[in-house]
Design a protein around this ligand. Structure first.
Ligand code: ATP
Length: 302
């Protein structure tokens, strides 16, 4: 009999959407997207150990905002994997949370991907990559990308992934806002602001994909785009001051990360990123500032 590990820990990255093109609402309520994801080096760690029953605990400064029950996406991932393999999800999932909560950086999705990879290793289910990706897609649009990391173009709701080449390291500063924004609410606000205007089919920008491929930060900065930004700014007008502070501090570009309210600043190099972070921290327009790089690896056993 194969020996099972006593505990498994998986590290999972946050993401920033370097392009988020949003189509009109579909009959099922979702939106078709052209979603270019870049994984960045802010990580949650998900540890699983055998337990009498499914249990979830969360540590970290924002742990209080994360549900510690069956509604946690990590718990749902464990339940989904167990069900497919005729197992009971008898596991204690512990999440050390460093990704901002409800910040538009796919923290919950990261935990789901992490729990899936961790439970697969703990239980020896031996799920194929395809099976793990299929479970991820059932759990949420951003979950498959958390599994694969790097850079990728997501189509459909964002779950149909095509990996993208990256030719270098990009330097990012993230300004974390007080409180979160609900992703569904931001989409609703996007639809409301668009009213009856015709919405083009979402298309990935060839210039942006080329900038990722060549590792050209200036070219990437020129093509960053987030269709949800007007909606996030409408729901949280104070984000305009954060974006302006980072841009004035010398960022190549500033944008809202995904559905916000985290804002993202692309810098020329590490030195410039630290300078931008210093100015943002002193600006009083955000709660915390994080400096990191992308691309980062997807869910990884540690
Ligand atoms: P996205 O960028 O994918 O839209 P987000 O980063 O804005 O997501 P999350 O941090 O994933 O947002 O949290 C969204 C909500 O999901 C939280 O308010 C919380 O109630 C719920 N949630 C469920 N599981 C988790 C989890 N493991 N971590 C964080 N939030 C979770």
């Amino acid at each position: 009999m194969t020996r099972r590990p006593a505990s498994v820990t998986v590290r999972v990255p946050a993401k920033v959407n370097v392009q988020l093109a949003v189509g009109g609402p579909r009959p099922d309520g979702f939106h078709d997207l052209a979603n270019v994801f870049l994984a960045v080096g802010l990580y949650d760690e998900v540890t699983v150990v055998p337990a009498e029953e499914l249990r979830i605990t969360v540590a970290g400064p924002d742990a209080g905002q994360v549900p510690a029950d069956a509604s946690n996406l990590a718990a749902r991932a464990a339940v989904a994997l167990a069900a497919r393999h005729g197992l009971e999800p008898r596991v204690h999932i512990h999440i050390v949370k460093d990704i901002p909560v409800a910040g538009g950086m796919a923290g919950g999705s990261a935990d789901a991907a992490g729990a899936l990879v961790a439970c697969d290793a703990l239980w020896g289910t031996g799920a194929s990559r395809e099976e793990l990706l299929a479970i991820c897609a059932e759990l949420g649009s951003d979950v498959p990308f958390s599994l694969v990391g790097g850079a990728a173009l997501g189509r459909g709701r964002g779950e149909l992934l095509e990996p993208l080449e990256t030719g270098g390291t990009f330097h990012w500063v993230f300004a974390v806002a007080d409180g979160g924004l609900s992703t569904p609410e931001v989409y609703r606000e996007c639809d409301r602001l668009r009213g009856d205007a015709a919405v083009p089919e979402p298309e990935a920008s060839p210039a942006l994909i080329e900038a990722l491929r060549t590792g050209d930060a200036v070219a990437l900065a020129a093509s960053l785009a987030n269709d949800l930004q007007p909606a996030a700014l409408s729901l949280r007008p104070s984000l305009a001051a954060t974006l302006a502070a980072g841009a004035e501090a010398g960022a190549l570009a500033a944008l809202v990360s995904g559905s916000g309210p985290t804002t993202a600043f692309l810098a020329k190099d590490a030195e410039s990123a630290h300078a931008v972070a210093g100015v943002l921290a002193a600006s009083g327009t955000c709660r915390t500032v994080r400096v990191t790089t992308g691309p980062a690896q997807g869910a990884t056993l540690v």
